[in-house]
Design a protein around this ligand. Structure first.
Ligand SMILES: C[S@@+](CC[C@H](N)C(=O)[O-])C[C@H]1O[C@@H](n2cnc3c(N)ncnc32)[C@H](O)[C@@H]1O
Length: 409
C-alpha cells in the first residue's frame, strides 16, 4: 500500500494517477499491492507524471517511506499523526521537509513547539539527535510513548487492551470523569469506561513507565477519536442522544533505538536558554486560542489530578497559558529568537492575521517575525506554492503559508 501513502503525501490519490497517466485504475491498484522491489521503471515514470517530480527523487522518497514504515512495529491502530490538533503541520510536511533539507545543514533537530510531533517524525531519518518540546502534559506523554527508548511487552499491552474493552462496570474508579464529562463530551457509559481505564492504568504497579505512557497515549487517541466535539474541547456539540462509541485501541510506537532523543515539557523561552542544536523548528501558536484550554479534557486525562471543573465546557483552573497567544507575543518571540543556540532557525507562519474572527487574528505580524529573525542572521522567505493546496479544501484566497529560514551569524 506504499503507492497510496506516497500519493497521499503528495496530495494525490490512486484515481487521480489513473486519470493523469491513462493507466487503467485496476492496474494502478495492482501496483499498489506489489512490493517496491517488484516495480518496473515505467511505474516510477507514471508516478513522476502524477506528482510532478523527477523519477530519481521519487525513487529515493519511496525508499525512505519504506524504511520509515518498517520502523513502526504495527500492533496498534493509531500512528502519531492520527489525531485532531489545531495548527498541526501534517499537510505541509513534505514542503517543510524539502525546504529544511535544501537550506540547512546539521545533525541535531530541535522541535521547540512540537504539538503532535509529526514534524520530528518526518525528520527522523535525517538526523541522529532530536530535542522535542511542548508545555502540554498530554503531548509530553504522547512523545514519551511514541519516541521513548524503554522496552515494553506487546503481549501484556494487548491483553490489557482486551481487558479494558471488556469493562462493563466501574470497580476501581470514583466516577470523577463520568460525573464531569458524561452526557457532554461522551456518552455516560463511555465516560465511565474512560475513567475506569485511566484509574486501572494509574493503579497498575506491574507496568513499567513506558508501558504506562503507551497505555495513557492510547487512551488519549481513543478518546479523541469519539469525543463529541469539532476537534477541540472548548465546547461540545449539544445533541440530545450520545451513542456509546468508545473502543480502546493501542498506538504504534516508533522505532528510535539508533537515535538520541531528548523530550521536554518546558516553556519554550526557558528551554532555549539551556540547550543547543543545529536546527530549531519554530511553530508557535499565533492567535489568542490557548492550547491548554482547547485540549483541557486530554490534559486532565494525562495529569489525572482531578481538579474542580467549571463552566459549560467543564474546564480546570488555568495553567500553561501561552504568551504567544497574548499581546506580548512579538516581544516573547523576539526573546526566543535572541536566545536560541542554533545554526539555523526555521519558522512557519500563516497569514490568518487578516481573519474576521478576533480569536483567530494573529498576535504577531509577518514584519515583526522578519525583524526578529533579521537581527540574528540572513533570512530566506518561502511561500507555499499554489499547487500544494489543490487537493485540499483550504480557501486559497484567505490562506497563505510561509516558511522563513535564518542562517544564524
Ligand atoms: C501550532 S502548534 C504546533 C504544531 C506542530 N508543529 C504540529 O505539526 O503538530 C503550537 C504548540 O505550541 C505549544 N506551546 C504554546 N506556547 C508554548 C510555550 N510557551 N512553550 C512551549 N510550548 C508552547 C502548544 O501547546 C502547541 O502544541
Amino acid at each position: 500500500m506504499i503507492l497510496e501513502t506516497y500519493l497521499k503525501n503528495n496530495n494525490k490519490n490512486l484515481h487521480q494517477m489513473h486519470l493523469i497517466t491513462g493507466i487503467p485504475e485496476t492496474t494502478v491498484r495492482d501496483i499498489n499491492k506489489r512490493d517496491l522491489s517488484k516495480w518496473s521503471l515505467s511505474y516510477y515514470d507514471a508516478i513522476a507524471k502524477t506528482v510532478g517530480k523527477d523519477r530519481s527523487v521519487i525513487m529515493q522518497e519511496l525508499e525512505d517511506l519504506k524504511k520509515s514504515q518498517s520502523h513502526s512495529p504495527i500492533f496498534g491502530k493509531y500512528n502519531l499523526e492520527n489525531r485532531r490538533y489545531i495548527g498541526n503541520k501534517n499537510k505541509l510536511l513534505n514542503w517543510i521537509a524539502d525546504l529544511i533539507n535544501e537550506n540547512t545543514d546539521g545533525a541535531t533537530f530541535f522541535d521547540v513547539f512540537a504539538g503532535t510531533g509529526v514534524v520530528t517524525k518526518k525528520m527522523l531519518e535525517k538526523y541522529d539527535s532530536f530535542i522535542i518540546n511542548d508545555f502540554l502534559f498530554s503531548n509530553h506523554i504522547i512523545y514519551k510513548a511514541f519516541f521513548g527508548k524503554e522496552t515494553y511487552n506487546v503481549n501484556k499491552l494487548k491483553s490489557l487492551q482486551n481487558q479494558y474493552n471488556g469493562i462493563i462496570n466501574n470497580y476501581s474508579d470514583d466516577e470523577y470523569f463520568s460525573k464531569n464529562f458524561g452526557g457532554k463530551f461522551f456518552s455516560i457509559n463511555d465516560a465511565k469506561k474512560i475513567g475506569e481505564i485511566r484509574t486501572l492504568i494509574e493503579k497498575d504497579n506491574s507496568l513499567n513507565q513506558r508501558e504506562k505512557d503507551i497505555l495513557i497515549a492510547s487512551l488519549l487517541y481513543s478518546v479523541d477519536k469519539i469525543a463529541n466535539t469539532v476537534g477541540h474541547y472548548d465546547a461540545y456539540r449539544k445533541k440530545t442522544i450520545l451513542k456509546d462509541k468508545f473502543v480502546f485501541e493501542l498506538i504504534n510506537p516508533i522505532q528510535t533505538s539508533n537515535k538520541n532523543i531528548k523530550i521536554f515539557r518546558k516553556d519554550a523561552n526557558e528551554l532555549v536558554r539551556n540547550v543547543t542544536a543545529d536546527i530549531a523548528f519554530i511553530d508557535p501558536p499565533y492567535n489568542s486560542r490557548q492550547y491548554s484550554r482547547f485540549y483541557h479534557v486530554l490534559e486532565g486525562i494525562a495529569k489525572w489530578n482531578k481538579p474542580k471543573l467549571e463552566g459549560i465546557a467543564m474546564k480546570p483552573p488555568v495553567e500553561n497559558m501561552s504568551e504567544y497567544s497574548r499581546s506580548a507575543a512579538p516581544q516573547v518571540f523576539d526573546d526566543l529568537i535572541q536566545n536560541l543556540n542554533v545554526k539555523y532557525i526555521v519558522v512557519t507562519y500563516n497569514n490568518t492575521y487578516n481573519s474576521k474572527s478576533s480569536s483567530s487574528k494573529n498576535k504577531i505580524t509577518h514584519n515583526e517575525i522578519l525583524n526578529s529573525l533579521n537581527k540574528v542572521g540572513k533570512t530566506k522567505s518561502f511561500e507555499m506554492p499554489f499547487q500544494f493546496f489543490n487537493a485540499g479544501k483550504t480557501n486559497l484566497m484567505d490562506h497563505k503559508e510561509f516558511v522563513f529560514i535564518t542562517e544564524v551569524r
